[in-house]
Write a protein that binds this ligand. Structure first.
Ligand code: TYD
Length: 214
């Protein structure tokens, strides 16, 4: 049993995960928690190298899922688990549910196949809580094109129906995995409003867990 709290953030392109995570970090630090923000590959050399291979070319979906799982394990072992062991809150931008949705559902490799690959890679190190940012994909894509600083990846360039399928797949996770702590948040309102909702969701979870470290 880890001493810290592992929270992952999921959602389609332009759903505002990154800014939400940084706002939450600031907020919980001000309350005295130690917070680590990360995302795969998270500056872990081996995971960075694997990620570069994934991002550079189209490939067989099973190969892609296996590579994501390998990068995930390395990042988990090198960065996430040590932080949890130190009792920190870890806020991670994307984790296993991204593979289940992108490779398993949208690219149709199958939920069970992807869940099995990942169970092999990460064992029982599942998040304590997963926040899904739910947003109309057209709104998300408009946000991305308005943000010129954001790097465009090969997924961003997919057609709208890919992103629609992505959203529906994310929406199905809660029913598919009722035993997991999955919370869906409407990402349509302003950054501040979404932050307020996420803040109270996380706060009530932390209060239940009694993980305050100072
Ligand atoms: P990234 O630049 O991290 O995107 P974002 O800012 O949207 O998180 O690129 C990651 C892309 O890879 C993203 O489009 C989702 C996809 N992805 C998968 O297909 N499977 C996975 O397991 C993960 C972690 C990401």
């Amino acid at each position: 049993m880890n001493k810290g709290t592992f929270i992952t953030f999921e959602g389609g392109e332009g759903s505002g995960k990154t800014s939400l995570i940084f706002n939450l970090k600031e907020h919980f630090e001000s309350l005295g928690y130690t917070v680590m923000v990360t995302r795969e590959p998270g500056g872990v050399k081996v995971a960075e190298d694997i990620r570069e291979v994934i991002m550079s070319s189209e490939m067989d979906t099973m190969t892609e899922a296996l590579l994501f799982a390998s990068a995930r394990r390395e990042h988990l072992v090198e960065r996430v688990l040590p932080a949890l062991e130190r009792g920190e809150i870890v806020l991670c931008d994307r984790f296993v549910h991204s593979s289940i949705v992108y490779q398993g559902m949208v690219k149709e490799l199958g939920v069970k196949t992807v869940a099995d690959i990942n169970a092999f890679a990460i064992g029982d190190n599942m998040p304590d809580m997963t926040i899904i940012m739910d947003l109309d994909p057209q709104v998300g894509l408009n946000r991305i094109s308005a943000n010129s600083e954001r790097e465009v990846n090969r997924w961003d360039l997919e057609k709208l129906d890919f992103h629609e399928k992505l959203r529906k797949s994310y929406q199905s996770l809660k029913t598919l995995f009722p035993e997991q702590n999955i919370v869906s948040i409407d990402a349509t309102p302003s950054q501040n409003e979404v932050f307020d909702v996420a803040k109270s969701v996380v706060e009530s979870f932390l209060n239940k867990q009694h993980h305050k470290v100072s």
